[in-house]
Design a protein around this ligand. Sequence first.
Ligand code: G3H
Ligand code: ZN
Length: 278
Amino acid sequence: MPLADLTTVAAPLRAARTGLGAFNVVHLEHGAAFVAAAERAGHPVVLQVSQNAVTFHGALAPIGMATLALARAASVDVVVHLDHADDVDLVREALDLGFTSVMYDGSKLPTEQNVATTAEVVRLAHERGVSVEAELGEVGGKNGVHDPSARTDPGEAAWFVAETGVDLLAVAVGSSHAMTTRGAVLDTELIARIAAAVDVPLVLHGSSGVSDEGMRAAIEAGMTKINVSTHLNKIFTGEVRSVLAENPDLVDSRKWFRPGLDAIGVEVERLLRWYADQ
Ligand code: G3H
Ligand code: ZN
């Protein structure tokens, strides 16, 4: 039950047209808060560690091994996923540690190079029974640049999946990374056309910018894995800011960290139910 493979978890959800929440473990404690929320909701969850988070921590192993330990002890299915990796050596390290899913992000590369490297990562990962997510059509928003105009072509998506053998496909349909407001408008008609063209679950990046209703429509149209990070950072930091403002003499970091974790735990539980209980 606990540490689960992404393909196995996502397949029935794709068939049922329900969503799977994927949340970024930025700090070690986030993983525990997300697992507890998933257990309360009674739904599977993806804990993802991004290459950026690895840079922040200085290494993959400490945060990766802690996240794997949380997954193994969980009472619901928990996928441990490497997010937005463009470094194949980091992918290899995640496979060695026991991650059950990796995202190779070659979206900035020319398509031919993206296909070749993604196919190589698929070969490496599938030898270990690990799922691979790839991205076609760069979802904007990294490095502070918001560009929701990128679009994935359904025909090209089908070709990319066939050429590479990926298990999940991240697509550009109107979202943009790192939005702190929820006004992004998704192209649900395009989501439906891509979902009809490819036979693997679709992934939405930059979901923080999408409203609850927009997310429901996207899931109904065929989106499965929903990646959320900035929205939770905003809630966490807002809570910490208000606790510190109300208690200017606080010095014990546990006393302000805990309210932040509790706040994102409540939101993750709500989102997991919202995505899955349609
Ligand atoms: O891969 C992670 C996500 O796409 C998170 O994006 O921070 O805009 O929610 P976000
Ligand atoms: Zn992303």
